[in-house]
Design a protein around this ligand. Structure first.
Ligand SMILES: NC(=O)c1ccc[n+]([C@@H]2O[C@H](COP(=O)([O-])OP(=O)(O)OC[C@H]3O[C@@H](n4cnc5c(N)ncnc54)[C@H](O)[C@@H]3O)[C@@H](O)[C@H]2O)c1
Length: 277
C-alpha cells in the first residue's frame, strides 16, 4: 500500500550493486512511502590513483550495473559514484549534495567487503593479513563514521535524521557457517552504531540503528559468500524461516519513520534465528 509517510523527505541509499541488492528493496520501499532517494554506487572516481586495467574494468562494470538497475527499478533518480575507502570520494559526494542543495533525512549504510572470502571459502582468522583485516574494517565499518562525518561537515544531514546499517548475527555469535574477518568488522559496525547513537542523539536528535538480517543469496555479496545449504539450514533453524528482503525494507522504513524514539538498537530481522541456542 502506498503512503505519504516520507513526503518531502530524501534518503541516501548506499550499496546498490544491482536490482537484487538489499539496498534496492529499501530504496523502492521509501519511494512507495512517498519519499525520494539519492543512490550511490561503487565506480571509478577522480580520486582513484594507479588503477590496474583489471581494477578499472571491475569498477566500471560495477558502476554500469548500478546505474542500469537504478534506472530500470527506480526511474529518474540522482546517482553518484562513492568509494568509501577513499576519503576524498566521500567528501566529494557530500560536497555534491550541498551544491545541489539536497537535505537528507537519513541514510542506509549497506556496504561490506571482505577479500578473505573467496569462492565461498572463508580464510581462517589466523591467516588473515593486516591489510585484509584493515581493508575489511575500513570499508565495512569505519565508513559509517566517515560518511556521517562528511554529511555533518557539509550540513546535508538534517536534525532528527535516521541512519541505519546492515549487519548479521555473526557479529556476536559463531554460527553454523562461521565467517571470520567480516564478523569482526560487523561487530565494529554495531559498536560504532551505538557510540554514534549517543553522540548524534545529543547533537541533533539523529537516530542510529543497525539490523541483523538473515542470509540472502540474491545479491552479489550474498551469492559470492553463501551456499544454498547455508540458507536452507538457517531457514530450518529460524522459527519463522528466513526473513525476506521485503521484511528488511519494512523494518528500515520503520526506523526511518519521522519522530521515532528508537536509537542505538541492534535489531534482528531474521525470522527468530537469534533466539536459538
Ligand atoms: N546478503 C546477505 O546474506 C546479508 C545478510 C546480512 C547483512 N548483509 C549486509 O547487507 C549489506 C548489503 O549487502 P547485499 O547482500 O545487498 O550485497 P550487495 O553486493 O548487493 O551490496 C554490497 C555493496 O557494497 C558495495 N561496496 C563494496 N565496497 C565498497 C566501497 N569501497 N565503497 C562503496 N561501496 C562499496 C558494493 O558495491 C555493493 O553495492 C552489506 O553490509 C552486507 O554485509 C547481507
Amino acid at each position: 500500500m502506498n503512503s505519504q509517510l516520507f513526503s518531502g523527505r530524501t534518503f541516501l541509499i548506499t550499496g546498490i550493486a544491482d536490482k537484487n541488492s538489499l539496498a534496492m528493496f529499501v530504496a523502492k520501499k521509501i519511494r512507495e512511502n512517498g519519499g525520494e532517494v539519492v543512490c550511490t554506487g561503487l565506480g571509478v572516481s577522480p580520486f582513484h590513483k594507479n588503477l590496474s586495467e583489471k581494477a578499472a574494468a571491475f569498477l566500471n562494470k560495477n558502476h554500469n550495473d548500478f546505474v542500469e538497475a537504478v534506472q530500470s527499478e527506480l526511474g529518474d533518480t540522482l546517482t553518484a559514484v562513492l568509494d568509501v575507502s577513499i576519503d576524498e570520494s566521500i567528501e566529494a559526494f557530500a560536497a555534491l549534495m550541498k551544491e545541489k542543495n539536497i537535505q537528507l533525512s537519513g541514510f542506509l549504510h549497506a556496504i561490506a567487503m571482505d577479500k578473505t572470502i573467496r569462492q565461498k571459502e572463508v580464510k581462517p582468522l589466523i591467516e588473515v593479513t593486516k591489510s585484509e583485516f584493515c581493508d575489511t574494517m575500513d570499508v565495512s565499518a569505519y565508513s559509517l563514521i566517515r560518511l556521517t562525518h562528511y554529511m555533518l561537515k557539509y550540513d546535508i544531514l538534517q536534525p532528527d535524521s535516521s541512519i541505519c546499517s546492515l549487519s548479521y548475527i555473526a557479529a556476536a555469535k559463531v554460527t553454523f557457517h562461521p565467517y571470520r574477518n567480516i564478523s569482526i568488522a560487523k561487530a565494529a559496525l554495531e559498536r560504532i552504531t551505538i557510540e554514534l547513537a549517543d553522540e548524534l542523539g545529543r547533537l541533533n536528535r539523529t537516530r542510529v540503528n543497525a539490523i541483523r538480517f538473515s542470509p540472502y543469496m540474491g545479491s552479489k555479496a550474498g551469492n559470492a559468500t553463501l551456499t544454498e545449504n547455508v540458507v536452507d539450514t538457517s531457514d530450518e533453524i529460524s522459527p519463522l524461516g528466513n526473513a525476506t528482503p521485503d521484511d528488511l525494507a519494512n523494518e528500515v522504513v520503520h526506523l526511518f519513520r519521522p519522530g521515532g524514539r528508537i536509537t542505538g538498537e541492534i535489531r534482528h530481522v531474521d525470522g527468530g534465528y537469534n533466539i536459538m541456542g
